[in-house]
Design a protein around this ligand. Structure first.
Ligand code: PLP
Ligand code: ZN
Length: 475
């Protein structure tokens, strides 16, 4: 058995060596998913945890080491994942990992969004600022490095777009071949173009994400292809590191709430693991409440929480936030445990709420893709329900860059995104917010007088709106 880690089934608890796992990453006894555990993890074994062999640097030592690595010129130190390598010893030779210097993403203050949500203190951890524009890079550097170490030549994933973009980039860096299965017509152009740019074999299947993953799971059992979906527990080891970055960026303070979008539910599971491990190791004293937000048309976990029989019933997913258009989430058990263990909630938001929140995040100069905007939309609901109070510190996890899905943004601003029925169901306040946010391009004759008149009109309108918003002031 590998000395550095094992895999533990999250359903039946069975433990295996890392390299003994089946190609579909499922437990042969109960079909459950695995998690990576280390000699220092809770439940490894009393004797081992106490032995000198597994003793870790003390929390203070680790914090210092992680900070110091930021000034190193070594690729592995410059990575915002491998900088925390003491907490993910999953490869034998850490200097050979495949890295694009992922992680180290900004934690932005969001004062205007805070006001809109009804909290005093709101931050956004922008995982869209990763090398391929989404949080998937942090997981891909980890799992793809394992694939290389285990001698695989081919890697594959089913994807709503971001996983494939990340996998294609990291596979290209490592010189591996890769195959991407994506649902035909339900993927944002930015993401599709990335897979092709990085040289992946892209297969568009006439099905949805769930259909793609089902088919790929069968294929990997017949060919020596390494599966890089988030059922692969090494992906989640990389994806837990933003938890370390967040507390590091907050000078080792812990926010009261973390709000994460939920699709296949790997990311919320990973972030929860990161925070819980840090608490277990004494790096932090408590964990944030982790809440997961789903799109109303792709809400199986939200339904599960509301179901008194607690039965997971897959749904036929439909949402314009294509990244989370997932009806049968693989990691629902792990994510539901994270929510319960940390004291968070699962909420759902509709298409109008997502569109509004995305425009609001954009108007703050930050921007994100539609799936990420569910976090702000969901936070508004959590505040309204009294689950988040005004003075509590909240971090939204923005998972993807705004340029991933430019068509959505253009359609929104041109007033072509929402259907008449969706618009009809909006409140007056929502309609007014949309009207203030929408910025469709002006198409004008290239004539000085025409342009001047149009600009004067716009400026007068903007000034009037500002005066109305702050009565008593004259500008
Ligand atoms: C931008 C974005 N946000 C959120 C998610 C959902 O993450 P998870 O599937 O880990 O729940 C995805 C997944 O593809 C994504 O690409
Ligand atoms: Zn099992």
């Amino acid at each position: 058995m590998s000395a550095t880690h094992q895999l533990r089934c999250t359903t039946c608890g069975a433990r295996i060596a890392g390299d003994a796992v089946r190609s579909d990453f499922r437990c042969p006894d109960c079909n459950g998913l695995y998690e990576v555990i280390y000699p220092w993890s809770q439940g490894w074994s009393a004797e081992k945890t106490a032995s000198a062999e597994v003793r870790l640097p003390n929390p203070g030592g680790m914090r210092h080491l992680w900070q110091e690595r930021k000034t190193s010129t070594m690729p592995v130190d410059q990575s915002g994942v491998w900088r925390f390598r003491e907490l993910l010893p999953i490869v034998r030779d850490v200097e050979r990992v495949v890295t694009l210097r992922e992680g180290n993403t900004p934690l932005y203050e969001m004062p205007r969004s805070a006001e809109l949500a009804g909290v005093d203190w709101l931050l956004a951890k922008h995982q869209g600022m990763n090398p391929t524009g989404s949080f998937k890079d942090t997981g891909m550097t980890a799992a793809l490095s394992v694939a290389v170490e285990r001698g695989f030549q081919w890697v594959a994933c089913a994807s709503t777009g971001n996983t494939s973009a990340a996998m294609a980039a990291y596979a290209a860096r490592a010189g591996l071949r890769c195959i991407v299965f994506i649902p035909e017509g339900k993927i944002a152009w930015g993401k599709l173009s990335q897979s092709m740019d990085y040289g992946a074999l892209t297969v568009q299947l006439k099905t949805d994400f769930d259909g793609c993953l089902k088919l790929l799971t069968k294929l990997v059992q017949q060919f020596p292809i390494y599966l890089l979906n988030s059922v692969n527990p090494y992906r989640l080891e990389g994806q837990k590191t933003p938890a370390m970055e967040i507390v590091e960026q907050m000078e080792w303070q812990v926010p009261e709430h973390l709000v994460v979008p939920g699709g296949n539910l790997g990311n919320s599971s990973a972030l929860g693991k990161g925070f819980l491990e840090m608490k277990h190791l004494g790096l932090i004293q408590r964990v944030p409440k982790i809440s997961v937000i789903q799109a109303q048309g792709a809400n199986p976990l939200y339904r599960w929480f509301g179901d008194e029989n607690r039965e997971m019933k897959p749904v036929k997913a439909e949402t314009r936030a294509t990244a989370i258009r997932i009806g049968n989430p693989a990691s629902w058990r792990k994510a539901s445990r994270v929510i319960e263990e940390t004291g968070g909630w699962c909420e759902q938001v509709n298409e109008q709420e997502i569109a509004l929140a995305k425009a609001e995040i954009g108007a703050e100069g930050v921007g994100c893709e539609p799936a990420s905007a569910v976090t702000l939309a969901g936070l508004k609901k959590l505040v309204a329900a009294g689950r988040v109070t005004r003075e509590e510190r909240v971090v939204l996890v923005l998972t993807g860059h705004t340029l991933k899905d430019p068509q959505y943004t253009i359609d929104y601003h041109k007033g072509e995104l929402l259907t008449a029925a969706e618009i009809a169901s909006e409140t007056e306040a929502e309609r007014a917010s949309h009207a203030a946010l929408r910025k469709p391009p002006l198409v004008l004759e290239a004539d000085e007088a025409v342009v001047l008149r149009a600009l004067e009109e716009r400026m007068a309108k903007a000034n009037a709106a500002e005066t109305q918003a702050t009565p008593g002031t004259s500008k």
